[in-house]
Design a protein around this ligand. Sequence first.
Ligand SMILES: Nc1nc2c(ncn2[C@@H]2O[C@H](COP(=O)(O)OP(=O)(O)OP(=O)(O)O)[C@@H](O)[C@H]2O)c(=O)[nH]1
Ligand SMILES: [Mg+2]
Length: 498
Amino acid sequence: MAKDNEKIKEKNVRPPIITIMGHVDHGKTSLLDAIRESSITATETGGITQHTGAYNVIKNGKKLTFIDTPGHEAFTQMRARGGKAADIVILVVAADDGVMPQTKEAIMHAKSAEVPIVVALNKIDLPGANPLKVKKQLADAGILVEGYGGDIVTVEVSATKKIGLENLLEVLTLTAEMNENMLVIDPHADLEAMIIEARHDSKRGILVAAVVKTGNIKLRDDIIAGKSACRVKQLINSDGKAVSFAETGDAVEILGFTSLPEIGDTIRKLNSKSRSDIEAGSEVKTPMQDITSADNEPDQKKKLNLIIRADTSGTLEAIVASLQKITMEDASVDILLGGTGDVKESDILLASTSKAIILAFRIRVPSSVKELAKSQKVIVREHDIIYKLLEEIEGALEGVVEIEEAKIKGRGFVIKIFTLPKSGMMVIGTLIEAGKFKTKDRIGIFREDKDTPLYISRVRSLHLGAKEVEVAHKGDEVGILLKPQIADIKLDDTIEVF
Ligand SMILES: Nc1nc2c(ncn2[C@@H]2O[C@H](COP(=O)(O)OP(=O)(O)OP(=O)(O)O)[C@@H](O)[C@H]2O)c(=O)[nH]1
Ligand SMILES: [Mg+2]
């Protein structure tokens, strides 16, 4: 290995960073496992990747740095960052499934990163594999492969049957060589390492995964990322071994940070200038604090209050972004607090006063905290697969609406007003939003979100089409006759049963 590293140094060219992207389950991690002869997939919960990982591989005397990204739709930010860090993108497309939504998203990230793309048509061993069809789909999605109007190289592979792997590696090394100008570095350049993941480990503290782009990191170095500084306590290479230094091109985990740095930030050596910046600076701002403060506008929706604790900043960010996308007409989530690391007693107390649910994602809930939650009647939901968490919250949001609706006896809004020709009585066409209306119900008429009714009256009769009914339900468009009649009634007024 030392000899390989010598060669790299002589040419002052750093190893290429190759980001693997594609749709969920198309075989990205399996492909990396096959190349590394490792078995990461076997250790993943729910069989999906939920973190970005970086790994070094030495093949044919060349060091390559791979970044594996998750394919599930929730992890857009991780894919975007993986794309930004990349020198080359491998677009993995399952040959039996073709171009799917996150394939298209990956194409967008790769294109915006303006880096060469190599297509790996995976699962070529399956009977349903149809490379020609997929190439055509790729062309339609703007990836013009060889033979389809472009020069993007496609390699047919099978991660599980280990077909085409050497060929893929050869294409990657050739692509790196052809783009060597992007990889030239000043051998004396200072440290620059990109943070790709940061998490709290309940035993070891904060672990920061980074890829060294220039320079090196040694044990006991003083380093800084954003406003988080630390003295390096331990370095772990991508095979999980403790090492004393990491050099250009290495994927490494760093222990020693006392506050969580932001993903995407650059780690540099701490010097006198950055040291005084930290001393002058305020507290470290996490991305979460940005997210919650932006979400504090008041609106009329029912709120499901949430406190989220996740294992890494990356998963936290993905959960928050996905939860904020769940839109219901009448209800939404309000994230009161989000952070990484174990659920704390203070979280339970906050949840208790704010009637929030706590979501614990891939972390421990200490038993003392569980006890406190029980005594405070706080719900703590533990999850380790993102889409299951999202499904549960969607269900809970529907529940919020139902519970609120159950409290309403009957509510509707005015969609039409007309008078009956013979009797001259006014009919109020009302769409019932919640509950029901019965004859003789006492009602109030409300306008423009005011809390006090403008008028109070009673239901004289209810009409569904030509038919007179005793009761009308949610979803019905009912004609209501009031006694006494209210002449001033207007379209969009709300009618509520008391
Ligand atoms: N037959 C066949 N199955 C494959 C191949 N590659 C991967 N698989 C299977 O496809 C499934 C998904 O593989 P993963 O490697 O987890 O896919 P991924 O793209 O990393 O998934 P995410 O990280 O969740 O987006 C697993 O069951 C693999 O065993 C292949 O070449 N042939
Ligand atoms: Mg994966």
